[in-house]
Design a binder for this molecule. Structure first.
Ligand code: ATP
Ligand code: MG
Length: 188
């Protein structure tokens, strides 16, 4: 990577204001929590924010779900807790598509300034939702709306289209090193 690409935004020059399409991908931890950080930051600026969680169990009450409720932020999970062991893939796919229809309506409604599509790379990666259809909707998004998509295996077409792409890279994870499983507060 060249020096220029790692430097911060220069102070001089035209300031373009537009909503960005951001992707947090990679195998390291922090994709969802980084998106939540933006949600928190934008909420602090009284911006209208919303998070749609894909795959995670419908009605899940994670730490972030509880915080969102307290703060008055819309956050809904729709899924059946998909893992590679999931047997009823039809239902998993149907729930992901249903959540996409809801998220799509929210994106096009022009009612929001930040929308997070958490774990949304998977339905595209597995081919349940067409990445081209997603990009078509992203093209039509309101000009100032920021969208953050999280999850591993972001499709190349999405990476190409996005304005900001960050790859989380695992250097060390307590599960791998010590068999320590997800803990409340830190991970859910
Ligand atoms: P987080 O929600 O903590 O920001 P994430 O969104 O980057 O994590 P996901 O792929 O969505 O990561 O997985 C969420 C869960 O998997 C978390 O409990 C997280 O600690 C765990 N996890 C993330 N990366 C790894 C890894 N490299 N090895 C093992 N477990 C991981
Ligand atoms: Mg995640």
């Amino acid at each position: 990577m060249t020096q220029e690409t790692t430097e911060h935004q220069p102070v001089k020059g035209p300031r373009i204001k537009k909503g960005l399409v951001c992707v947090n991908t990679g195998n390291g931890k922090g994709k969802t929590t980084a998106a939540l950080g933006v949600l928190f930051r934008a909420w602090g600026r009284d911006m209208k924010v919303q998070m749609f969680q894909f795959l995670k169990h419908t009605g899940s009450q994670f730490g972030e779900t509880r915080a969102a409720k307290k703060l008055g932020i819309g956050m809904t999970a729709m899924g059946d807790g998909f893992t590679w062991r999931t047997k009823n893939m039809d239902e998993t796919q149907d729930l992901a598509r249903a959540q996409w229809e809801i998220a799509k309506a929210a994106i096009l409604s022009d009612e929001y300034e930040v929308i997070i599509l958490d774990e949304f790379t998977y339905p595209m990666h597995y081919g349940w939702i067409s990445v081209n259809d997603v990009i078509e909707v992203l093209r039509q998004k309101p000009h100032m709306l920021h969208i953050i998509i999280t999850g591993r295996h972001a499709p190349d077409e999405l990476i190409e289209f996005a304005d900001l792409v960050t790859e989380m890279r695992e250097i060390k994870h307590p599960y791998r090193e010590q068999g320590i499983k997800a803990q409340p507060g830190l991970e859910f």
